[in-house]
Ligand binder design. Structure first.
Ligand code: P5A
Length: 425
């Protein structure tokens, strides 16, 4: 993509309303723009990141046999009356009436709707275990939407729902999600710390939150410092599970098994949350299947969420410096940013064009800054948007066919021939 032909609405100055770095950088870099309180439009570069995150989630879910569906954002209140949550959910649920005076709502979550689909179609034990998931927008009328897409009112969630014959089966489904979530976050360059949690509005007996470390996190975590060492190595899930981690409310110093010098205290951002709630929804909905002995069995359920749009901000909180975002390669909007230091110079522009075309032919995602702007502006914008690699071409290098590579994360620079530079990607 050439910048002169792209839609790249950056802001020069720091937006006043942004209190945390991810919100500030997302607005400045033209990733999102606010439409109303807690509601955002995703601009081209932001949408690319959101889609990459969704794709990683999707791949890891499909790998373990979970099946994607897509449910509507708007739901009828009927199902929520059946579960008893219509009154319970309170003001966070956005309710309205249609032209026939039917009470409708914008879904804050989908346990009711998926249980209704299940009871309609699945009648035999032969079709379970089954996990259905979707990646769909949710609305929660948060009292204090803040920090941009970190706590929005409209936000994108991956929500999955498992159906099993009994508690033992449901625990296997829970474990499969737990492990798939750790693999998912790791692929995004994050260390996620699973902590036991309360099940709140979703309900149930067992629940874990997945927290990633960031100074601006809203939860305080206590955990064995060994967990951080596991980052970077092959993911040893059994080892991770055996280590101590707890959110502040659950941390009891008198029974904490970790010695003080190994216990870390840090802030975390909740990027995922999983629940086992048995028959809480299947019971009132009559979601039963015929068991192998011919008797009806009420299915055991769990639900599993990832904050997809929140992750965009959370990754920035975990990975940035004073100059801007440092995207992990797996979620970067483009892999390479090409900087033309002097578009008015024919040799420079010809070499840039050649690099751009060759990179595209190799299938490399490349953003070419071909704007007629000062070098300083281009460097600042490139650092701000945080692409993993920068290729810088100016008149001096172009005369001898050489280009400069800068690695965004380390700031390391290398002077390479055109061919060697291309081979790097
Ligand atoms: C699990 C899937 C649920 O709703 N029902 C379906 C369960 N869980 S949850 O914890 O309430 O939400 C799942 C994840 O969604 C993100 N999230 C948000 N992201 C941005 N803005 C919000 N206002 C918001 N609320 C929840 C979190 O990452 C949460 O873990």
């Amino acid at each position: 993509m050439k910048l002169t032909q792209y839609f790249f609405p950056t802001l020069r100055d720091d937006p006043q309303e942004a209190q945390i770095v991810s919100h500030k950088l997302m607005l400045r870099g033209g990733f999102i723009t606010q439409s109303s309180s807690g509601i955002y439009s995703w601009l081209p570069m932001g949408l690319k990141v959101l889609n990459k995150i969704s794709d990683i989630i999707r791949e890891e879910q499909n790998k373990v046999g979970h099946i994607e569906v897509l449910m509507p954002t708007i739901q009828s209140s009927d199902l929520w009356r059946e579960s008893g949550r219509y009154e319970d959910y309170g003001k966070e649920m956005l309710r309205f009436t249609d032209r026939h005076d039917r009470e409708m709502l914008y879904g804050p979550t989908n346990e009711e709707l998926i249980t209704d689909i299940f009871r309609t179609f699945i009648k035999s034990y032969k079709h379970i275990p089954l996990t259905l998931y979707q990646i769909q927008w949710k609305f929660r009328d948060e009292i204090r939407p803040r920090f941009g897409v970190m706590r929005g009112r409209e936000f994108l969630m991956k929500d999955g729902y498992s159906f099993d014959l009994d508690m033992e089966g449901a625990k296997k489904s829970y474990k499969a999600h737990y492990e798939a979530y750790l693999r998912t976050f790791k692929r995004m360059g994050l260390t996620a710390i699973p902590v036991k949690a309360d099940s709140g509005a979703i309900g149930g007996d067992m629940s874990h939150e997945f927290q990633i470390l960031a100074q601006t996190g809203e939860s305080t975590l206590y955990y064995d410092s060994e967990i951080e060492n596991l980052n970077g190595q092959d993911l040893d899930i059994d080892k991770l599970q055996s280590l101590y981690a707890a959110a502040e409310e659950k941390h009891d110093p008198s029974i904490c098994p970790v010695p003080a010098d190994k216990l870390k205290v840090a802030k975390g951002i909740e990027v995922g949350h999983i629940f086992y709630f048995g028959t809480k929804y299947s019971d009132p909905f009559g979601a039963t299947v015929m068991g192998s002995d011919g008797e009806p069995v009420t299915v055991h359920m769990g639900s599993y969420g990832i904050g997809v749009s929140r992750l965009v901000a959370a990754i920035i909180e975990a990975s940035h410096d004073d100059n801007g975002i440092i995207w992990p390669e797996a979620v970067a909007p483009f892999k390479v940013g090409l900087v033309n230091l002097k578009p008015s110079d024919e040799t420079t522009s010809a070499l840039c064009e050649k690099f751009y075309v060759s990179a595209l032919a190799k299938g490399i995602e490349i953003l070419y800054d071909d704007r007629d702007e000062r070098a300083g502006v281009k460097f600042a914008d490139m650092d701000l948007i945080g692409l993993p690699f920068q290729v810088i071409i100016g008149p001096k290098g172009a005369a001898t066919g050489r280009v400069e590579i800068k690695i965004r994360k380390t700031g390391e620079r290398q002077d390479l021939s055109f061919e060697d530079a291309l081979k790097l990607f």
